[in-house]
Design a protein around this ligand. Sequence first.
Ligand SMILES: *[C@@H]1O[C@H](CO)[C@@H](O)[C@H](O)[C@H]1NC(C)=O
Ligand SMILES: *[C@@H]1O[C@H](CO)[C@@H](O)[C@H](O)[C@H]1NC(C)=O
Length: 505
Amino acid sequence: MASAIIIALLAITHSGLAQYTKFPEGFTFGVATAAHQIEGAWNVSGKSENVWDRLSHTRPWMIADGTNGDVACDSYNRYQEDVDALAHIGVDFYRFSLSWSRILPTGRVDFVNPDGIRYYNALLDALAEKNIEPLVTLFHWDLPQTLQDLGGWANPKMIDYFRDYSDLCFREFGDRIKSWITFNEPYEICEDAYGDDKKAPAIDSHGVGNYLCSDTLLKAHAESYHLYNETYRPTQNGRIQISINSIWYEPADPENAEQVALAEVANQFKFGWFAHPIFTEAGGYPTVMVENVALQSKAEGLPKPRLEQFDDYWIKRIRGTSDFLGINHYTTHLITGAGVDPIAKSPSWLKDIGAVTSLKVGTDSASEWLRVVPTGFANFLRWCKSSYNDPPIYITENGFSDRGTLLDYGRIKYFNDYLSEILNVIYDDGVNILGYTIWTLMDNFEWRAGFSERFGLYKVDITDPSLPRTPKLSVEYWKQLCATRELPQEDRFKEPALPLKKSEL
Ligand SMILES: *[C@@H]1O[C@H](CO)[C@@H](O)[C@H](O)[C@H]1NC(C)=O
Ligand SMILES: *[C@@H]1O[C@H](CO)[C@@H](O)[C@H](O)[C@H]1NC(C)=O
């Protein structure tokens, strides 16, 4: 780390604190999207219905603005515009996801849709043309409805279906894709979609479906990893990982020992749920999680805990199955005390934690859940280093929502402050972070928020049939950052103080 510290440029901020601005040699930058949020073309050329098509069509009141992904940003037809935008920004890589229902309309490999293969080949060729590396997610939430009808991730048979789908993707695209992500945000898949109704298919089997899902998902991830590791890596030489999202929990009062202990429990329940089985020596779910759910389950009169620990075979099979720790991070929430959170259903993951959470931290965004707390990111990254034996880390998502303004100073400030914390932990704490991914290229179908919360670097006018993409100020910020590998310091990226009114002159 010493040489990295020496090459780091130090700038003295107004507060007098040293602040790093230059990224280490070899650090890479990219932008992320997800198929269902941008592709559109939901029912053309053989693509079948996925769980988000089903939810937004049959329960449109569950989408904040009643929109859906039928057209979205029409990237199925306009992918060249996306690639041109990526080239304009100057990123090293593009993180996108494959639509399972576009490639395999039945969900199984008994019929491979030639148009699905053609589409992703065309996108990969367009990226290669501009020297942009693909980082590709196999599953970003859009399960074929045919497989949901069989129970989706609550059905252990999904381990085989996911392995078969992975196999096909490695075989068809692995000559050009050298970086794979199996699952995007397992917590959101299992807790939000099976343990709640916050994401499709909105099963809301709280305290039960969420844990059935994690059992299947972690096994499916491991099988996909081993398949790649044994069968494809020897010739394709790529890497494969999982990307886990975390809301980082901090004690409201850092001096309060009970809150400090409970925040650790909450972090084990949130991030540790999926990270502990893969990234620790011991493997399996975090002990505190197994114990808490067992106690709650007993109190509920159940003969067996709602969360079952993996057996020895699966503990070993899952352990170590990620070449990097992929982290999606946006925000920090607070823990204010012990007990049942007033918003917790019964039974539920939140009730199982046994702590009360609060959003009263940082500043706001357009998303209720997204509080801006840069220092929380630094604390979380240091925690990952110590909890998971100093893993190599890729930040695979980070970003900010507003209502779509072109002068997006709030977004720029968010990026700048969060990136600054990344530099702090790289240089001061030796956290091994290798790359960073912006969420997201353009305003898109933000799941249940529809188009009401906007995370894009480009504005997309969805009322205009040609769906024009207009660069926001953050495009300029990122263009400069990618060219110089330094945090831009110019005043034009800082929100101007309000101009004086005539009467004040
Ligand atoms: C596809 O869906 C659109 C609505 O998004 C509908 O208007 C159109 O008729 C559908 N096409 C087919 C072939 O079903
Ligand atoms: C991946 O394959 C290599 C080479 O066969 C092997 O040494 C390693 O243990 C495998 N990784 C895992 C996590 O099984």
